[in-house]
Design a protein around this ligand. Structure first.
Ligand SMILES: NC(=O)C1=CN([C@@H]2O[C@H](COP(=O)(O)OP(=O)(O)OC[C@H]3O[C@@H](n4cnc5c(N)ncnc54)[C@H](O)[C@@H]3O)[C@@H](O)[C@H]2O)C=CC1
Ligand SMILES: O=C(O)[C@H]1O[C@H](OP(=O)(O)OP(=O)(O)OC[C@H]2O[C@@H](n3ccc(=O)[nH]c3=O)[C@H](O)[C@@H]2O)[C@H](O)[C@@H](O)[C@@H]1O
Length: 451
């Protein structure tokens, strides 16, 4: 009989995993402590924006294959495989990961376990967490239960979460016995049958694979942003430079987009957590470049603020700035550590009036930045603006007509913090165009538009 799956923590990762496990044919029970989130999910609604996921949740809740609860007792009773998907945010006062949610979940699940089962960590954790959690769960589970712990890190990207879960680049099984591997192979049998590569290893290596993957991606982005700074100083063009680098398959064609840098609930916290753990293990000096990657990333935000200040004539006082984008990346409503909102907040603190627009993240931005003016459209954000900032590369911004913005802006000056707009289109519509790592471009025919 196919295993009954529980997914503990139904946020961006857990809700996706639960719905995708149901899509693979399993009965799935999602567990959370957030009653509002549970109520929405139980009604077949998604409490956040993620393409394709709402339809999957609705369909599988309606079919009865996917349900939700706050009862750990029920989860412990029915589950054969329990996936742990709770958050592991940065601790408030250190760079290390906060494991309190994971420990709380384990403490609530373990006492109710009554028969052999597999507890599978999916959250991103410091190396050594699985070992500690194994001891914690085995000590709290009733004697002789036969509970085992495995680590199966997740590599999905927000915005592509469903596709990445149902067709992953690879699966990683960190296991402590052949039985643990067999159970994971059963769960992922259909993906393995399609040829998904799998790396089976010990739990410590599995934990480090995940932290290394995110750290490599973050370092790659900071590399190109450091080169962008050099390009700016030298009068070179980082977009052309990156285009040329991408043709080299050894470098690869992704994660080389220069701009305002990386954000989100994962890359920033994960590089800090990896370095913090390396320091604990006495090898921090080997990974010091992660600190540089972090600093370069934060400097990329400040450099966009500086470009905006220059375009405001050296001071934000009495100026109005329109911001296109609030989410940390397009196709998501997630604003955790969003570069767009960090830049907007810094500019507001420096004295400008700010209007922000995002196609999906307006509600989250309003909730977390109540003093910011949240516009109802991209053009509204530009109304009366002395400078317009493009900070999240939603397709609707790349496709927008610069003349429509010119008609409402106070001045035609744009900073493309993502380097994805077509400078020629904006210049032709009378805009002065600035972007990190690129030569400044003055407006062509400024008198032809909005004279
Ligand atoms: N968001 C993403 O794209 C990915 C996230 N990850 C990792 O997955 C983990 C979760 O991340 P997100 O889903 O983004 O976080 P999130 O904050 O969206 O979701 C965490 C969920 O856990 C729930 N929770 C907290 N304590 C709980 C408890 N004791 N019992 C049950 N539920 C509890 C929260 O209410 C929330 O719904 C993190 O370790 C993250 O690094 C890994 C890959 C992708
Ligand atoms: O552990 C996680 O949670 C996930 O973190 C990232 O996924 P995600 O945060 O959803 O988004 P990315 O596509 O990686 O983008 C992260 C940030 O980097 C920025 N970025 C990305 C690429 C690039 O070239 N330049 C750049 O600035 C994005 O705008 C965004 O702010 C990883 O890509 C996933 O593999 C991983 O599972």
């Amino acid at each position: 009989m196919s295993p009954y799956i529980t997914v503990i923590g139904t946020g961006y990762l857990g809700a996706t995993h639960a719905a995708c496990m149901a899509e693979l044919g399993f009965r799935v029970l999602g567990v959370d402590v957030d009653q509002q989130k549970l109520a929405k999910l139980a009604a077949g609604e998604l409490p956040f924006y993620e393409p394709e996921l709402a339809e999957l949740v609705a369909r599988h809740v309606a079919s009865g294959r996917l349900s939700f609860t706050d009862s750990y007792e029920h989860a412990a009773e029915v589950g054969d495989v329990h996936f742990l998907c709770v958050g592991t945010p940065q601790q408030p006062n250190t760079d290390g990961a906060d494991l309190s949610y994971l420990n709380a979940a384990a403490d609530r699940l373990a006492p109710g376990l009554q028969r052999p089962c597999l507890v599978v960590g999916k959250s991103t954790v410091p190396v050594g967490t699985a070992d500690a959690l194994t001891r914690r769960i085995q000590a709290a589970a009733p004697a002789g239960t036969g509970v085992e712990v495995a680590w199966n890190p997740e590599f999905l990207r927000e915005g592509y979460a469903v596709a990445d879960t149902l067709a992953p680049d690879r699966l990683v099984f960190g296991v402590q016995s052949p039985g643990g591997e067999r159970a994971l192979r059963d769960v992922y049998a259909s993906l393995l049958a399609e040829g998904t590569p799998v790396v089976t290893t010990d739990v410590r290596t599995a934990e480090l694979i995940k932290a290394s993957a995110n750290s490599f991606l973050a370092t790659k982005i900071s590399f190109i942003n450091a080169i962008a700074e050099l390009c700016e100083a030298a009068g070179a063009d980082v977009v052309k430079l990156a285009e040329a680098l991408r043709y080299d398959p050894r470098i690869g064609d992704r994660f080389l987009s220069p701009g305002v840098g990386f954000g989100g609930g994962c890359l920033p916290k994960d590089i800090r957590a990896l370095l913090a753990r390396a320091n604990e293990l006495g090898v921090g000096s080997a990974l010091r470049f992660l600190d540089d990657a972090d600093r370069t990333n934060l400097r990329a935000r400040r450099r966009v603020v500086d470009l905006a200040r220059q375009e405001c004539g050296g001071s934000f006082a009495g100026r109005r700035v329109g911001v296109l984008g609030a989410a940390f990346k397009p196709n998501s409503d997630d604003i955790r550590d969003s570069p767009a909102l960090a830049v907007a907040a810094a500019i507001q603190a420096a004295g400008a009036e700010i209007a922000v627009y995002d196609p999906q993240a307006n509600d989250n931005a309003r909730k977390h930045f109540p003093t910011m003016d949240i516009a109802l459209s991209a053009v509204d954000a530009a109304r009366g603006a002395h400078v317009l900032l493009h900070l999240t590369e939603w397709p609707e911004f790349a496709g927008a007509d610069p003349a429509e913005f010119a008609a409402v802006a106070a001045e035609r000056r744009i900073v493309d913090g993502r380097n994805t707009l077509d400078p020629a289109r904006w210049q032709a519509a009378g805009w002065r165009f600035r972007a990190p790592g690129r030569p400044q471009l003055d407006a062509l025919n400024p008198e032809e538009v909005n004279p």
